[in-house]
Design a protein around this ligand. Sequence first.
Ligand code: ATP
Ligand code: MG
Length: 407
Amino acid sequence: MMMKYTEITVRYGELSTKGKNRREFIGRLNGNVTKALAQFPDLHIYPKRDRMHISLNGTDYDAVMAKLSKVFGIQNFSPSIRIAQDVELMKQTALEMMTELAPTAETFKINTRRSDHTFELDTNQINLMLGDYIYDNVPGLKAQMKHPDITLRVEVRHDGIYLSSETIKGAGGLPVGTAGKAMLMLSGGIDSPVAGYLAMKRGVEIEMVHFFSPPYTSERALAKAKELTAKLAPYVGTIKFIEVPFTEIQEEVKRSVPEGYLMTVQRRFMLRLAVKMAEKRNGLAIFNGESVGQVASQTLESMVAINDVTNMPIIRPVATMDKNEIIDIAEKIDTFDLSIMPFEDCCTIFAPPRPKTRPRLDKARYYEEKLDGEALMARALAGVKITEIHSHDEFLTTDQADIQSVL
Ligand code: ATP
Ligand code: MG
């Protein structure tokens, strides 16, 4: 028999206790949970000050919990059974739950909280009464206060008594949107999707900015970046995908900039364009997937030479991580297999064989002066296309994936 859960109790994560912030946190979380669970029409969501309660109204709780586990701002949650404030009913429900769990356990404890102080029994009385009742009626189960196999949580609230035996870890972090909006520079690689996940985890709403260079990069490379975006969408519902045509800029840079500075100057343009998008769309910062020392474009000298084009904060969530640490997260969020598909990227195609690992800022500025940067950027911006990506969207067919991995 399956447990007849009626509710899910959601406990908030790291949360400032100050009045206004708390209200904003809970309001955002409520909105994000509502969006994440939109496919379940029978649910009722009650965002309270200290907890959130989701009434299942017959909805399958496993499906709901799978969605909930991706919402940032949740510390943990418990499927629970709500009953009326009735002592006999409480004893019977506790007994049913423990009988079902008993085959896999030897020890238990009852942990009661009470927010309705008018209830006839206090927390100690409830702990003792239920403890005795379970001990007498479930053979083989002993009470144990430290590290019991099962903790039965009982919460006496004004609207009923909630019983739960399982606590599932949430995604942690802060509700997406509580920290404002930023642009993520998304390539098709391993690092930038991880950077995006980490940004969202801290409450930042991100929009993807992706540079592509047809015909040097294929439709598949663009599809891959969109597919990566779809992988991150479950954490927020939907993500805006901004594609910026980069072919003309790359061709012009290639024509007039010495090889050693190709990469630096290209990156300066990418960053300028990302900043332009941020300014247009109320973004407050740029996120990217740079990691110190990983490749030539990611030395501190390179960052100095590239960062020069803006004052906007550039946040690099994976800056100090080793590649293996980044890959661990990529695997956890299921972007790794997609990221390693070898579709040509606009940067690899125009990458010089020997980029300067210590580019000089003055030289980067000097070489760039030969280009009509403003006009180039205006044309790139005129070609921007913005779409909204959902988690169930698919852009790469398996055929495309197969063909490419054989090549
Ligand atoms: P990633 O794994 O994220 O591709 P990487 O190790 O390949 O990173 P680079 O190619 O040097 O590193 O890119 C550094 C960062 O620049 C990327 O993490 C990403 O934020 C940004 N970037 C690179 N290429 C693009 C692109 N085509 N569109 C948008 N952003 C890009
Ligand atoms: Mg890359």
